[in-house]
Design a protein around this ligand. Structure first.
Ligand SMILES: [Mg+2]
Length: 162
């Protein structure tokens, strides 16, 4: 049975050091947008997040945007701003979006990390596909459904290898 434990947990994305990602054997990352890189109500990420994405790319790590957001222009505009391929309405944790992204990046699933803020979409999808799940605290704590959702997440809010 596949359980949605993350591989590692970070305070926020800028705490994920590119050289550490490479040390995991990871050559590409699938980035969630909402709650991970910016708040769902924001139009663009903070400058330090954009710098972090640049650091990832400059380290030779391929970047792909995999979002469940239903607005194609939101996902497209952001992905194009960082020069990444993208999928919107990915229906994570469904495997199809993860598999499509791996194909686009031409990487094995074991060479991919999924960076996201949700256990039952990002981390579960990663686990189902044999990818590493890197979990960050959500930036969307202002949403009314954040706390009910988070209570259900606490069951798996633990690094898999600990
Ligand atoms: Mg999210």
């Amino acid at each position: 049975m596949t359980l949605p434990y993350p591989y590692k947990i970070y305070d926020n994305v800028t705490c994920i050091i590119p050289s550490d990602v490479l040390d995991m054997g990871v050559k590409g990352v699938l980035l969630d947008i909402d709650g991970t890189l910016m708040r769902t109500k924001d139009k663009s990420p903070a400058p330090e997040v954009m710098n972090w994405i640049n650091d990832l790319k400059n380290s030779g790590i391929a970047v792909y945007v995999l979002s469940n957001n239903k607005h194609p222009e939101r996902v497209k505009n952001f992905a194009e701003s960082i020069g990444a391929q993208w999928t919107y309405l990915a229906h994570k944790p469904a495997k199809s979006g993860f598999i499509k992204a791996a194909g686009s990046l031409k990487l094995k699933h074991s060479q991919i990390a999924v960076i996201g803020d949700q256990i039952y979409t990002d981390m579960f999808g990663a686990a189902r596909c044999g990818m590493r799940g890197l979990l960050v605290n959500s930036m969307d704590t202002y949403l009314w459904y954040y706390y009910p959702r988070h209570i259900l997440e606490l069951l798996f809010w633990r690094e898999k290898h600990r």
